[in-house]
Design a binder for this molecule. Structure first.
Ligand code: NAD
Length: 378
C-alpha cells in the first residue's frame, strides 16, 4: 500500500499531513510512504528527517501522487490539484464540503474517494482521530498568546515596589475544545476568566478550570446540545437575551476570545459593533470563528482591525497553523490512528461499512455519496 504526502499549497497553510514519527509507524505496518520535497519545511521538518524515517522524497506534486493508493493532506486539494489525482485513489483531508462543494464534486467526477476528516463521528473510539479537536485545542491556546501579545498590559496581577499591576479580565465565548484550552491558558497566565456557552454541559467544565460561567439559562438552553455533542442554532429570542446579558459584561473585559461555531452553518454573531465600541482602548478581541463568518462584528479574515476607540480585533485564519510543528504532529497522528485500524495480517483492508468510514466518506464510485450532500443533489 502506497501513501502520498503532498506539500500543502493553499494560502496560509503551514501544516503537513505526516511527520517522521507517523512515517515510521506506517512503514512498520508494511506501507510505503512518499513525501513531496519541502512538504514539511514550514513545520520545521526537513526532507532529510522524512528520509531518515524511511520515506521516499519526490520532487513534484504529480510525482508524489504517482502510484499512490492513499493521499493524506491537511486541506482539500485545489481544483488544479484534483486533476493530478487518479481514479480509485483515496484522499483524506479537511474537505470543507459546505464551503467548497465544487472540490468534492471534482473528486467524484475524477473517481477519487474523498474523505472529510472533520466529519469524524464524535464517539470514544474516534477521539484519537479527531482533527477538529486536535487543531482546536492548539488554536485556543494560540488565540490567548496572540491576544496577550497585542495587549499593552500584563496578564497576571503583579505586586511590585512601584505599585500593583491589575490582572487582565478575559472573556471566552464558546466553550468547546478551543474555548476550554483558551480558558486554561488565560488562567495559567494569571487572568481573571469568565466564559459563556449555550450548552449546559459546559458550566461544570468552566468551573473546573477556575473560571466563572455566564449564560442565559432558560428552557432553550437546557435543550441546546445535539446528540452529537454540538450546539444547536439558537432562536432569535435567545440570541437577544444572550446579547443583553453579554453587553454589560463585555464593556468591562480586556480580552475577548470567541470560538462559537454551529456545524455546517455560518458562525453566530455574538459581539456586535456596539459591544466593541463599549470596550476600553487597548482591549483585544480574537475571533477564532472568522473562517466561518466570524463571531465579532467588524472582524476581517486575515487582518487585525483597530477600531476608532482603539480596540484590536484579530481575525487570523488557521490559528493552529501558527503552531505548525505541533499542529502537524497531532494532525499526522489523527490520520495514522484512523488508517492503522484497517491494517491487518493481510495488509491494508479498508472497510467501507465501518461506522467511521461511513461518517466521513464524501465520494465513492464516481459520485457524491455522503447523505448530507447526496440527497441535495438528487
Ligand atoms: P464547536 O467548535 O462546534 O463550537 C465551539 C463552541 O461554541 C461549542 O461549545 C458550542 O456550544 C459553542 N456555541 C455555539 N453557539 C453559541 C452561542 N450562540 N453562544 C455561545 N456559544 C456557542 O465545538 P467543539 O469544540 O467541536 O466541541 C463540541 C463538543 O463536542 C464538546 O462538548 C466537546 O467536548 C465534544 N467533543 C467530543 C469528541 C469525542 O467524543 N470524540 C471530540 C471532540 C469534541
Amino acid at each position: 500500500m502506497k501513501i502520498a504526502i503532498p506539500k500543502e499549497t493553499r494560502a496560509d497553510e503551514t501544516r503537513v499531513a505526516a511527520v517522521p514519527e507517523t512515517v515510521k509507524k506506517f512503514l512498520k505496518l508494511g506501507a510505503e510512504v512518499t513525501v513531496q520535497a519541502g512538504a514539511g519545511a514550514s513545520a520545521s521538518i526537513p526532507d532529510a528527517a522524512f528520509e531518515d524515517a524511511g520515506a521516499t522524497i519526490a520532487k513534484t506534486y504529480a510525482a508524489t501522487l504517482k502510484g499512490a493508493d492513499v493521499v493524506l493532506k491537511v486541506l482539500a486539494p485545489t481544483e488544479a490539484e484534483v486533476k493530478s489525482l487518479a481514479k480509485g485513489q483515496k484522499l483524506f483531508a479537511i474537505m470543507a464540503p459546505y464551503g467548497d462543494p465544487e472540490i468534492m464534486q471534482a473528486c467524484a467526477d475524477k473517481g477519487v474517494d474523498a474523505f472529510a476528516m472533520e466529519f469524524m463521528p464524535r464517539i470514544s473510539r474516534a477521539q484519537s482521530m479527531d482533527v477538529l479537536s486536535s487543531q482546536s485545542n492548539l488554536a485556543g491556546y494560540k488565540a490567548v498568546i496572540e491576544a496577550a501579545n497585542s495587549y499593552g498590559k500584563a496578564m497576571p496581577q503583579m505586586m511590585t515596589a512601584a505599585g500593583t499591576v491589575a490582572p487582565a479580565k478575559v472573556f471566552v465565548m464558546g466553550v468547546g475544545v478551543a474555548g476550554l484550552q483558551a480558558i486554561a491558558t488565560a488562567r495559567r497566565l494569571g487572568a481573571i476568566v469568565t466564559a459563556t456557552d449555550v450548552r449546559p454541559a459546559t458550566e461544570e467544565q468552566v468551573a473546573s478550570l477556575g473560571a466563572k460561567f455566564i449564560a442565559v439559562k432558560n428552557e432553550e438552553f437546557e435543550q441546546a446540545q445535539t446528540s452529537g455533542g454540538y450546539a444547536k442554532e439558537m432562536s432569535d429570542d435567545y440570541k437577544r437575551q444572550q446579547a443583553d446579558l453579554v453587553a454589560g459584561h463585555i464593556a468591562k473585559q480586556d480580552i475577548v476570545i470567541t470560538t462559537a461555531l454551529i456545524p455546517g452553518r455560518k458562525a453566530p454573531e455574538l459581539v456586535s459593533a456596539d459591544m466593541v465600541a463599549s470596550m476600553k482602548p487597548g482591549s483585544v478581541l480574537v475571533d477564532l470563528a472568522i473562517e466561518q463568518g466570524g463571531n465579532v462584528a467588524g472582524a476581517k479574515l486575515g487582518e487585525t482591525v483597530t477600531t476608532d476607540n482603539g480596540v484590536s480585533i484579530i481575525g487570523y485564519p488557521n490559528m493552529a497553523g501558527r503552531l505548525a510543528a505541533d499542529a502537524s504532529a497531532l494532525f499526522a497522528r489523527n490520520h495514522y490512528n484512523f488508517l492503522a485500524q484497517f491494517f491487518g495480517e493481510e495488509g491494508f483492508a479498508f472497510d467501507p461499512e465501518d461506522e467511521l468510514v461511513k461518517g466521513i466518506q464524501l465520494t465513492g464510485g464516481g459520485a457524491v455519496i455522503h447523505p448530507n450532500f447526496a440527497e441535495k443533489e438528487a
